[in-house]
Design a protein around this ligand. Structure first.
Ligand code: ADP
Length: 347
């Protein structure tokens, strides 16, 4: 059975989504961190506005919850344009894309989340729209099939993906700007939490937001979600004020450890260590052992474990590192410890 997790940043329920939207920064100035991306976007926006042209197409890639959708919204607001959103899985047929494109006005921003999940025919249909702002739409089929050339208004496509590697070279080549959205530092997360706490009118004692930031896996969405859990705990078990003691107790109840790992992360590492002797093990095998989707492991578990150096990806599969074993108090079998290559780049 799949493990329910506080940090799963893909499947959001409606309440969660509303909570996220309410805390989402609306301008580049309000947006914390990602300085490099913000500077480049700011220059591109100013230049496009001066020329009176739409912005070039942008691709944001990186793990979930780091602000790709937020940045797309900010670009639209800063350009003074309207944002229309869809996602790769929702655009099944050419007709779905046609519906979206035919409603686009001059300068609008079209946001496609999970753009790596577009089918090849839909992707190829989009190429001329991105390049020449026109599409060749086929109506009817068989003998009666007709291709109509449809001119479009000039728009900006913003794609977001957690899997840059799955984007085809022709699609990637049609984006003028490609930005890797990276994990946030503890200081940046504390700043994001401070902004959220102010919006939620939460009273916080010194050091509490830094404690939550430490456990947020470098991810703003996780930080805000943990803040929400801690707020509930403080309200029910305390006076509503966030203290270090309340934060520690609330996070312990959520089974979040000192590095922000939760039960699913620990199960992943334990499976690698105990079932596969530390690895290498294929991601499908680990997914089968845990009863989880491969995509969940690749999108929401592995990126952070790789980032903190707990897992290594090799051609033969995933391997656990000595660092991870120490954190979890796991001892590998004697046979495995005798294989120095498992720990070759460790520490
Ligand atoms: P993604 O699209 O990459 O999955 P989102 O844009 O939905 O991530 O971000 C998740 C939440 O994290 C947002 O609702 C917002 O509240 C917060 N967030 C993301 N990036 C930032 C940022 N740079 N500054 C402040 N809050 C942020």
């Amino acid at each position: 059975m799949a493990i329910d997790r506080v940090i799963d940043s893909q499947q959001l329920n409606k309440g969660e989504e509303e909570f996220n939207v309410s805390l989402r920064p609306k301008t580049l100035d309000e947006c914390i961190g990602q300085l490099n991306i913000k500077e480049k976007i700011s220059i591109a926006i100013t230049a496009a506005k001066q020329r009176g042209e739409p912005l070039e197409h942008i691709l944001f890639y990186g793990p979930p919850g780091l602000g790709k959708t937020t940045l797309a919204n900010i670009v639209a607001i800063e350009m003074g344009s309207k944002l229309r959103s869809s996602s790769g899985p929702a655009l099944n047929k050419q007709g779905d894309v046609m519906g979206l494109l035919s409603n686009v006005n001059e300068g609008d921003v079209l946001f496609i989340d999970e753009i790596h999940r577009l089918s090849t025919p839909v992707e190829e249909f989009i190429y001329p729209a991105m390049e020449d702002f026109k599409v060749d739409f086929t109506v009817d089929s068989g003998l009666h099939a007709k291709t109509i050339n449809f001119p479009l208004k000039r728009f900006t496509l913003i794609g977001a993906t957690t899997r840059a590697g799955l984007i085809s070279a022709p699609l990637r080549g049609r984006f003028g700007m490609l930005y890797h959205v990276d994990f946030y530092s503890q200081g940046e997360l504390a700043e994001i939490l401070n902004r959220s706490a102010n919006l939620l009118k939460l009273e916080c004692e010194n050091g509490t937001l830094e404690l939550i930031a430490d456990r947020s896996r470098g991810t703003p969405r996780v930080a805000n979600r943990l803040l929400k859990r801690v707020r509930d705990y403080a309200q029910v078990k305390g006076s509503g004020v966030l203290s270090c003691d309340i934060v520690e107790k609330a996070l312990k109840m959520e089974q979040i450890d000192s590095l922000g790992l939760d039960e699913l992360d620990r199960s992943f590492l334990r499976a690698l260590a105990e079932v596969y002797d530390g690895g290498p093990a294929g991601i499908d095998a680990i997914a089968a052992t845990l009863g989880e989707e491969r995509d969940t492991l690749e999108d929401v578990v592995e990126p952070y474990l790789l980032q903190v150096g707990f897992v290594r990806r090799t051609k033969r599969g995933r391997e656990i590192t000595r660092h991870a074993c120490r954190h979890l108090g796991i001892t590998l079998s004697e046979k495995k410890k005798a294989q120095p290559e498992l720990f070759e780049q460790d520490d």
